[in-house]
Design a protein around this ligand. Structure first.
Ligand code: NDP
Ligand code: 2IT
Length: 449
């Protein structure tokens, strides 16, 4: 592909190497959209003359800060915190925060870039952002988590606000952390504001936010299956991860009549040939909530096999749902899934398939849903939480669930509209084009200055 950017780079790689060196995850996320949106840019001279692409791949603002905090031994520890405010064209910046040793500018830029498209797909007015810290919460006491959250917010509060940027959770940032972060924000600023989403129900949280991402994944999958006159009833499912997204995806898949065979964590995976049920899922949640635990104990309690150091992709199933982390499903795993006759692959995590795996899925005769469409239910309900905070009027669970289903169905329809080619739906293409159009139009209308 020839590439013409203002500085005359010949290829996307040259451009990204110059503008964002040593950021492999970010390069991967940008490369995954360029082929789909380039024809739209080329066909629209306004997008070209406004240099939309070059602007779209540069975060509007990135802040990085030092976090100093006291551990239980009264030692001072130092971590790095970040907020990447990627694109605010369609609304205040919005996106999660991740606490994990792998957090670095490349990871947060890829996540913020994806979030920009994802938030546009929800139809709600939210720009894209991501943040977090290289802090590793594994093995930390509750008091250490609280002190870390206090120190992190001591810095972050300068850059966020209900009309500026509204962070939420992501890997290792759940209800407990959001509670501590909200408390810290309120004490520092003396403001009770909807400045974070995923809050507890007693202080402005929305019903269904906890469930929303995983449930939304299965609502999206059900829509995809419908295009093949099929349902989840009787289907077998392999799921990776055992956190918020994975356990709620499992719960909803079971409710829709499927049999969930696996879950995983960073140490390995469990295979339960009898299938998970609500009791087993609740045990997993309680067990994993204890700091530093692995799923190995599952097979001692419920039977099945524990396999160390591997993902679950070798287990034969109709559906695969990677719900743990980026690049957890590689080319060999993709080949194994396809050889084993997988019907659908739905990404619950952000960018869980490597570039090679994704390209195999996109060209195979299966249903494939990219994370930016399939996991948008979480941020969509975050958007509903923002509305509830604005009007100071909470919604009940049934209404939020109905809204979530409607939003997932609309995202599916947008993917079909922009992604259908030769009678086949390329959901990745559809999601990239629909997300891009909305953000690019807004950028164009607002000019530069
Ligand atoms: P959680 O922290 O609740 O769970 C993360 C899970 O992934 C854990 O089981 C964890 O295992 C596993 N995991 C983390 N890192 C790795 C790794 N390097 N290799 C293998 N497994 C790993 O996070 P969420 O469920 O919230 O997030 C999961 C994914 O979904 C992420 O990609 C996130 O960005 C995405 N997402 C989350 C949304 C949300 O609303 N929470 C919304 C949309 C997307 P262990 O316990 O061993 O660390
Ligand atoms: O990746 C994601 O969409 C999230 N972690 C949720 C973001 C949010 O603001 O709810």
């Amino acid at each position: 592909m020839t590439f013409s950017l203002s500085d005359g780079f010949d290829s996307l790689e040259d451009f990204l190497d110059a503008r964002a060196p040593n950021e492999p995850e970010f390069h991967q996320a940008v490369s995954e959209v360029i082929d789909d949106i380039k024809p739209i840019m080329d066909a629209n001279s306004d997008f070209k003359s406004a240099n939309i692409f070059e602007r779209l791949v540069e975060p509007e603002r990135t802040v990085s800060f030092r976090i100093t905090w006291l551990n239980d031994k009264n030692e001072i520890e130092v971590n790095r915190g970040y907020r990447v405010q990627f694109n605010g064209a369609i609304g205040p910046y919005k996106g999660g925060q991740r606490f994990h040793p792998s957090v670095n500018p490349s990871v947060l830029k890829f996540l913020g870039f994806e979030q920009t498209f994802k938030n546009a797909l929800t139809g709600l007015p939210m720009g894209g952002a991501k943040g977090g810290s290289d802090f590793d919460p594994s093995g930390r006491s509750d008091q250490e988590i609280m002190r870390f959250c206090n120190a992190y917010m001591q810095q972050l509060h300068h850059y966020i606000g209900p009309d500026i940027d509204i962070p939420a959770g992501d890997i290792n940032v759940g209800a407990r952390e959001i509670g501590y972060l909200f408390g810290a924000y309120r004490r520092i600023t003396n403001r009770f504001q909807g400045v974070l989403t995923g809050k507890g129900l007693s202080f402005g949280g929305s019903e269904m936010r906890t469930e929303a991402t995983g449930f939304g994944v299965m609502y999206f999958l059900a829509e995809m299956m419908k295009t093949h006159d099929d349902t989840l009833e009787g289907k077998s499912v392999v799921i990776s991860g055992s956190g918020n997204v994975a356990t709620h995806a499992a719960e909803k898949a079971i409710a829709m009549g499927a049999k969930v065979l696996t879950l995983s964590d960073s140490s390995g995976f469990i295979h339960d040939p009898d299938g998970l049920d609500q009791e087993k899922i609740e045990w997993v949640r309680a067990h994993k909530a204890k700091s530093g635990t692995t799923l190995a104990a599952y097979s001692e309690k419920f039977g099945g096999d524990w396999t160390k150091g591997k993902g679950p992709w070798g287990v034969q199933a109709d559906i695969a749902a990677p719900c743990a982390t980026q690049n957890e499903l590689d080319e060999d795993s993709a080949k194994t899934l396809l050889d084993n006759g997988v019907l659908a692959v739905i990404e619950g995590a952000n960018m869980p398939s490597t570039a090679a795996a994704k390209s195999l899925f996109r060209s195979a005769d299966i249903l494939f849903a990219p994370g930016k469409a399939a996991n948008a239910g979480g941020v969509a309900v975050s958007g509903l939480e923002i509305s509830q905070n604005r009007t100071r009027r909470p919604s009940d669970a049934e209404d939020v669930d109905k809204d979530l289903q409607e939003i997932m169905s609309k995202i599916h329809a947008a993917c079909v509209e922009d992604g259908t080619r030769d009678g086949r739906i390329d959901y990745a293409k559809g999601a990239n084009i629909a997300g891009f159009r909305k953000v690019a139009d807004a950028m164009l209308s607002q000019g530069v200055g």
